[in-house]
Design a protein around this ligand. Sequence first.
Ligand SMILES: NC(=O)c1ccc[n+]([C@@H]2O[C@H](COP(=O)([O-])OP(=O)(O)OC[C@H]3O[C@@H](n4cnc5c(N)ncnc54)[C@H](O)[C@@H]3O)[C@@H](O)[C@H]2O)c1
Length: 309
Amino acid sequence: MKILVTGGAGFIGSHLAEALLERGGHVVCVDNLRLGSKDLIRHCFDDPRFEFYEFDVCDTEKLGALFAERAFDRVYHLAANSDIQKSGADPAIDYHDTFLTTVAILDAMRKHNVKELLFASTSAVYGDKRTLLREDAGALSPISYYGAAKLASEAFISAYAAMNGLAVNIIRFPNVVGERLTHGAIFDFIAKLKANPRELEILGNGRQDKPYIYVADLVAAMLAMEYTAGVEIFNAGVETSTTVTRIADIVCEEMGLKNVEYKFTGGEVGWAGDVPRFQYDLAKIHAFGWTAGHTSDEAVRLAVRGSIR
Ligand SMILES: NC(=O)c1ccc[n+]([C@@H]2O[C@H](COP(=O)([O-])OP(=O)(O)OC[C@H]3O[C@@H](n4cnc5c(N)ncnc54)[C@H](O)[C@@H]3O)[C@@H](O)[C@H]2O)c1
């Protein structure tokens, strides 16, 4: 299969590209390297079935030329903004990188008759619901520009699928962790503790409590999807969760640090737009036949080990 992975030089995209190559695919990555890095996919460059292009997915001229040349069988659209705190101060970032990239991909698929799409969505589309989150929950009310841009993307996917006979799987990821992190609490804590191993600033009150999925488990879910005309939405996650303070404890344990003083900035949320706790209803994806292989705490510990090596 000839596959396009957008955001392929990012954290999750790099793992996905590697797994697709292992399965014998021809993988073309597009990334503007604003948040990702060629270092994350350096090991793929030796494979003759791997190609990398550095450009913005919203550059419709370059994207159109690539679609015209390559005749893709499927697109995995992962390119998006992942710095949610930064877009809190500048909503245009999520409008461009998270929403307009999706529109650009959908329109290229329409023009070049590509039918299969997997879209990387997020728990942030639900907003701060405080109930078990089901895929068929009623009105969704994101509380971040990022969540809004993903929900708007889902709406455009629905329309493009209906108008053009696309077969789409939307997976709403929870927090994803593993080797090659580019952002997030684990990434930040390790960097802060390397700079000062005596104290650690923790955003919020540390009681934010969310499910963390191990990246290899998520990639397995992405690869298990089946493609039939229409749009299927799946929550993918784990039934367990980890508090931010527990993450700090695990990072300290794995870095061999004792008596680190935690300095909480206070408040229920880490930053504006942060959803402090959520849990998914996973009945749909479990019935489909996929279950994560690691608990949330195990995922966090593996990610820390992979990041401090
Ligand atoms: N990591 C998580 O916890 C998490 C949770 C929910 C959803 N997601 C989604 O999964 C996907 C991958 O996230 P990630 O954690 O690997 O983030 P990441 O930042 O490591 O990867 C995203 C990649 O997209 C690229 N990109 C951004 N805008 C682009 C543009 N306009 N044109 C070309 N490339 C562009 C970046 O340079 C980066 O390499 C994203 O869609 C993200 O919203 C991630």
